[in-house]
Design a binder for this molecule. Structure first.
Ligand SMILES: [Zn+2]
Length: 367
């Protein structure tokens, strides 16, 4: 076992090495899916997959990180800690549960400290049926020009206009308008894309390869950036299905935790979203009974998260920005999705570990 803070890394490249070393030392079967583009320091980018357990296990738990790139600074810490956690590994093994760690679902965003993929796409809005008309987000269209002004930092007029929107419609409506996803502005925020991204297609391959034997499939997808600092909100990550919600609440609702929240009944701090990543579990592993949550850890207030994302998207559109400003914006986006203190990291690992034990117990009890 390592200290909780020792699983966390200062860059994608370091996180990748620690993950691969931890998985290899534990004797896990590793496969790597290389990304076509290089990372920030010229390093190879990959979605790395490590399986701890039998390839044909009927009960499979997926623990994944960096769906939203920069959020991988958190998720990778959980995965590296787990690879060194003998008690956890023995608990899963004894229960007949195989654990599939997917490291860096979106390695490009992780390395470049962006929330989005190299296609500027929010991976967790990208799992739409692109043969059908895509959802329209009219409220985002109203805000797009304000969110991405020509100059950064934005002027007083811009700030007053955003303030006025929030005062008129409320913070919740503002958050929903910005974050629920949009498919009309490829350079905008929370763009869901108009085709499957590299990460979407690669994840589907991984699920087909590793998820087709499972009769019972669970998934804990690690996120940051919403809610109270250091608290992991367990957000129901299945279709709007009462049986699955009851199962998720039975597995993950105990142990003094707040109940599993849902975007379908308004109990989550997250807005109602579409095109969500775990839709792929149903499509690629149709034989399995699927139960999942997103662990959403709080960092800083949501308005600061949105402002950090605005700055990062502005920077992406303005490569001519001076180095000092670039560094300041990158520091800001990292701080919006990762709290670099031992206390925060210990809380992250403890809550993830509890959710992982609960998932194994839930899978083991499934008939
Ligand atoms: Zn996220």
């Amino acid at each position: 076992m390592i200290a909780p803070q020792d699983g966390f890394s200062a860059s994608y490249a370091q996180a990748r090495v620690r993950f691969l070393e931890g998985a290899a030392a534990a004797g896990m079967a590793i496969s790597s899916h290389n990304h076509p583009l290089p990372g920030r320091d010229g390093e190879t980018l990959a979605m790395d997959v490590a399986l701890d357990g039998a390839p044909d296990a009927q009960r499979l738990l997926i623990v994944s990180s960096a769906c939203h790139g920069v959020e991988g600074y958190c998720g990778t810490g959980v995965q590296v800690f787990a690879a060194h956690d003998a008690e956890w590994r023995e608990h899963a093994r004894a229960a007949g549960v195989a654990v599939l760690y997917i490291h860096a679902l979106n390695p490009h965003g992780f390395s470049w400290m962006r929330r989005v993929t190299n296609e500027n796409v929010d991976l967790n809005r990208n799992f739409q049926d692109f043969s059908q008309p895509l959802p329209v987000n009219a409220a985002y269209a109203e805000l797009h020009g304000l969110l991405l002004p020509a100059q950064w930092p934005p002027g007083a007029d811009n700030q007053a206009a955003i303030q006025s929107y929030v005062q008129t419609h409320g913070l919740q409506r503002f958050q929903a308008a910005v974050t629920q996803g949009q498919h009309a502005y490829p350079d905008g925020l929370f763009f869901g894309g108009t085709a499957p991204t590299w990460s979407n297609q690669t994840l589907r391959q991984v699920l087909r390869r590793h998820g087709r034997s499972a009769r019972h499939l669970a998934w804990i997808d690690l996120h940051t950036g919403l809610g109270e600092c250091g608290v992991g909100e367990r957000i129901f990550a299945c279709r709007d299905d009462d049986k699955a919600l009851a199962r998720a609440r039975a597995w993950w609702g105990g142990g003094g935790q707040t109940p599993v929240t849902s975007i379908y009944d308004g109990s989550s701090t997250s807005a109602l979203l579409t095109g969500l990543m775990w839709c792929a579990a149903y499509e690629e592993c149709p034989q399995a009974e699927y139960t999942g949550i997103a662990m959403e850890y709080g960092t800083v207030p949501v308005t600061e998260v949105i402002d950090a994302l605005r700055a990062d998207h502005w920077l992406h559109l303005h490569p001519e920005a001076p180095p000092a400003q670039r560094a300041e914006i990158k520091q800001r986006i990292l701080a919006a999705f990762y709290v670099d203190t031992d206390e925060w990291k210990a809380r992250i690992v403890a809550q993830a570990r509890q959710a992982m034990f609960q998932a194994v117990d839930g899978l083991a009890a499934s008939a």
